[in-house]
Design a protein. Structure first.
Length: 168
C-alpha cells in the first residue's frame, strides 16, 4: 500500500505519523455500510453485507492474506500437494437448547455445511467454548454431548479446541 499520509514540517515524528494507516472506506457501497458506524453493531456478526464489509475492508487489509481476501466461508489451501478446505465458525444463540437442536448441534452442522458447500469432505473440527462465569456444569455437559453426538453423526472428529471463561 502506498504511503498517503501528509508530510509534516516537524523533524520529530508525531504519534499520528507513527500509527498504522487507517483503512480508506471512501469507495464502499452498501445500503447500510460499515462507514456509517463508529462501533460494531449486531449486523456486523450476522453473516450478511455488514459482516462481509468488516472482513473485506478491515480484517483482510490488516492480515494481508490473499486467501482471506476471497471472502469465503472456507479457505482452499494446497499443502504438501494435498488440496484442503479449512473453515472456522462461531455460534451465539439463546436459548442454548431449542426445538430440534442446540448450540452444540448448530456448531457442528453449520461448520460442516460451510465445508460441504465448497465440495470438501469434512474430517476434523476444532471447538472453542467461551463460557459465561456461573453457568452450570450440567448445561456445559449437555452442550458438549450434543456437539459430540452431532460430530459422530456427521462423520467428523473433534480434534482440538480451547476454553475461555468470561464474566457474567
Amino acid at each position: 500500500m502506498a504511503d498517503t499520509a501528509p508530510a509534516t514540517s516537524s523533524s520529530t515524528p508525531s504519534a499520528a505519523s507513527t500509527a498504522p494507516e487507517a483503512p480508506d472506506f471512501s469507495g464502499w457501497t452498501c445500503p447500510a455500510p460499515l462507514r456509517d458506524h463508529e462501533r460494531i453493531v449486531m449486523g456486523h456478526g450476522g453473516g450478511g453485507t455488514l459482516s462481509a464489509e468488516l472482513v473485506e475492508h478491515l480484517f483482510a487489509p490488516a492480515f494481508g492474506s490473499d486467501v482471506l481476501a476471497e471472502l469465503g466461508d472456507s479457505a482452499h489451501l494446497t499443502m504438501g500437494g494435498a488440496q484442503l478446505a479449512f473453515s472456522t465458525d462461531s455460534f451465539v444463540v439463546r436459548p442454548l437448547f431449542f426445538p430440534g437442536g442446540s448450540i452444540g448441534d448448530l456448531a457442528v452442522n453449520g461448520t460442516v455445511n460451510d465445508l460441504a458447500m465448497v465440495g470438501a469432505v469434512p474430517a476434523y473440527l476444532s471447538c472453542g467454548f467461551i463460557l459465561e462465569e456461573g453457568i452450570e456444569l450440567s448445561v456445559v455437559g449437555r452442550v458438549a454431548q450434543a456437539l459430540g453426538d452431532a460430530a459422530r453423526t456427521a462423520g467428523v472428529t473433534v480434534a482440538t479446541g480451547d476454553t475461555k471463561v468470561v464474566r457474567r
